[in-house]
Design a protein around this ligand. Structure first.
Ligand code: SF4
Length: 231
């Protein structure tokens, strides 16, 4: 497969730094050069995380976790775009762009990034999502336009489903049953060096030739098997 004259996208999605290389690198290369990808729908996850984000709009930051400094959640669900990414001091053709969940503004003028998760997965550790959060921090500190913000804290706000709970009568419009959650705030340490190394690898992959197909991914194995059957 030959590359077109220019990539189909100029922005790297922070979530691709978490999930993009999880199987093999071929699909991510096709995504950036041809804007062709498998669409995935997560309807229940989306509704639950929207409830979670809406619940904390305008909340004091210490209400999310007592360890957080004084401040307020003032922004949510906004697109952020970075300047061109520098690799070893040289400007690449790629920028970062994504939507953060919640942004807290601290009293000293710095900000805190909160990534909301409704999840029951042990994979949701700070280490797993650290590059994605650091990518948002990079974008806020190196914006394509507008004011830059110093990022003081980053963290995951995890709601783990705890089970069914009966609520007080009339608390919900239609019935009195609900799901309870256990809330956990997981601080994520800043690590710009790790992001730099990951971006360097990511960009060298998408700037190179199309990578080989991996052997572990169910999608290609299914397609290969089906083609064999059909031929
Ligand atoms: S194995 Fe195939 S479907 Fe899976 S990521 Fe690689 S190219 Fe994509």
């Amino acid at each position: 497969m030959k590359k077109p004259a220019a990539p189909a996208r100029e922005f790297i999605a922070p979530s691709d730094l978490t999930f993009g290389f999880s199987t093999c690198k071929r699909c991510i290369w096709i995504k950036y050069w041809f804007s062709f990808e498998l669409k995935k729908d997560f309807p229940l996850v989306k509704s639950l995380s929207t409830f979670q984000e809406e619940y904390f709009r305008r909340a004091p930051m210490p209400a999310l976790d007592p360890s957080l400094p004084a401040g307020t959640v003032k922004q949510w669900g906004q697109w952020v775009k970075s300047k061109n990414i520098l690799i070893n001091g040289v400007e690449s053709q790629w920028k970062l762009r994504g939507i953060y969940d919640l942004l807290g503004h601290y009293d000293d003028g710095s900000v805190g990034i909160i990534d909301c998760k409704v999840s029951d997965s042990d994979r949701d550790s700070g280490d797993f999502y650290a590059p994605q959060l650091e990518a948002y921090a990079y974008t806020l500190e190196n914006p394509l336009s507008g004011k830059a913000f110093e990022v003081q804290t980053m963290g995951l706000l995890v709601w783990k489903l705890g089970g069914v709970a009966q609520t007080r009568p009339n608390e919900f419009a239609s019935n009195e049953m609900g799901f309870g959650v256990n809330q956990l705030y997981i601080p994520v340490a800043r690590n710009p060096e790790r992001l730099s190394a990951l971006l360097e690898e990511f960009i060298s992959v998408i700037d190179g030739d199309i990578p080989d197909q991996g052997s572990e991914c169910h999608a290609c194995n299914y397609l290969d098997g089906r083609l064999k059957l059909e031929n």
